[in-house]
Design a protein around this ligand. Structure first.
Ligand code: SAM
Ligand code: SF4
Length: 342
């Protein structure tokens, strides 16, 4: 018998916050570790958490079950780099089984470095879609941004994901002024030529990174769109994939071009998601510290799913209206993106 078998009664009460927003999407950061050190995500020398502070795979599976019983329909597995977590396929298979209980989308965000060897297994485990980060098509620049990553491995990973049958692969590109802002047209063209969607992301001020001044490196979504519109005819769409991207279509092609714009176009009004940090903190907002310690409940009351669910429902009362990102000065949020689960 597998871990998630048993009673599957869906909860009547969905997760709704004080502002009437329904939460039906959760992201799990399954590890703080990573084989890259992207300059916007981590500092060069990172200290990673001791294993005992990180949720076990069994704890993550139990959390997934609780969320789905509370009406969550989409789970995104992220990190850190989720594919460097040992036995992550076991977790994905367990979560994949939650489709029997109402989960409609199990998706994953990856830097692509491990996809060449893992793409087919991810499909088999029940992962429906992948987001793959790609900030540059120039090998030297790619390495400067990721500090240690190899572009060729990621490109092979993208091809492996396509060969494994993944549809609607999406690229994520964080755009920084004077680092890669001049590549937005090339990145969009690469997406279009390869039948991929792409989202351009404004950098968010999470954690102290040391590499650059975030205000100086800011390159707005509007500036990116203006650069793209010199080459492509973009038409806004109302398509919504359940995330924060605002999408545009390019005439005559299947690819969608999205913009995630925490600074220039606040997306909090229709927020439908929460996150679980690598240490099991239920984070009610990416850009605020309001949280509930679910690891404590998992460890103090093992197997008590009803207590876990009550804590998740109660947490809706402290979901804040929105983030409070500022570009200048020190970041207000000291946790890094790899803990948070981007
Ligand atoms: N390692 C995986 C990856 O890179 O795709 C998953 C985790 S990563 C934290 C998830 C996404 O967050 C990536 O697309 C990454 O580019 C983005 N990201 C990381 N730090 C960010 C920041 N400070 N601002 C905006 N996006 C960020
Ligand atoms: Fe690793 Fe992803 Fe952060 Fe880059 S963005 S350092 S790949 S977790």
């Amino acid at each position: 018998m597998h871990l998630l078998s048993g009673d599957s009664t869906p909860a009547a009460a969905p997760l709704v916050d004080r502002f009437g927003r329904q939460v039906n999407y959760v992201r799990f950061s399954v590890t703080d570790r990573c084989d890259f050190r992207c300059v916007y995500c981590m500092s060069e020398r990172m200290t990673f958490l001791p294993r005992a502070r990180v949720l076990t795979l069994e704890e993550l599976a139990a959390l997934g079950r609780a969320f789905v019983e509370l009406g969550v329909r989409k789970i995104r597995i992220t990190g850190g780099e989720p594919l460097v977590r040992r036995n992550v396929l076991w977790l994905l298979r367990e979560l994949g089984r939650l489709r029997e209980h109402g989960l409609t989308e199990l998706v994953l965000t990856t830097n692509g470095s491990q996809l060449e060897r893992m793409a087919a297994d991810l499909r088999d485990a029940g992962v429906a879609r992948l987001n793959i980060s790609l900030d540059s098509l120039d090998p030297a620049r790619f390495q400067r941004i990721t500090r240690v990553g190899r572009l060729d491995a990621v490109l092979r990973g993208i091809r492996a994901a396509q060969a494994a049958g993944f549809q609607r692969l999406k690229l994520n590109a964080v755009i920084l002024k004077n680092r890669n802002h001049d590549e937005v047209v090339d990145l969009a063209r690469f997406a279009i030529d390869n039948g991929l969607d792409i989202s351009f992301i404004e950098e968010m001020p999470l954690g102290v990174i040391g590499d650059h001044d975030r205000a100086e490196a800011y390159y707005s979504s509007d500036a990116i769109r203006a650069d793209l519109e010199r080459v492509f005819a973009l038409t806004p769409t109302t398509e919504n994939t359940g995330g924060p991207s605002r999408y545009y279509r390019v005439a005559g092609v299947d690819s969608r071009i999205g913009f995630i714009s925490p600074h220039s176009h606040n997306f909090c009004g229709d927020c439908n998601r929460v996150r679980v940090s690598v240490e099991g903190r239920l984070l009610l907002c990416l850009g605020q510290e309001h949280s509930v310690d679910l690891r404590h409940i998992l460890r103090a009351y093992p197997g008590d799913r009803e207590r876990l669910k009550r804590a998740i429902v109660a947490a809706m009362a402290i979901k804040p209206r929105g983030h409070d990102f500022r570009l200048g000065g020190q970041p207000v949020i000291l946790r890094h993106m790899n803990h948070t689960g981007g």
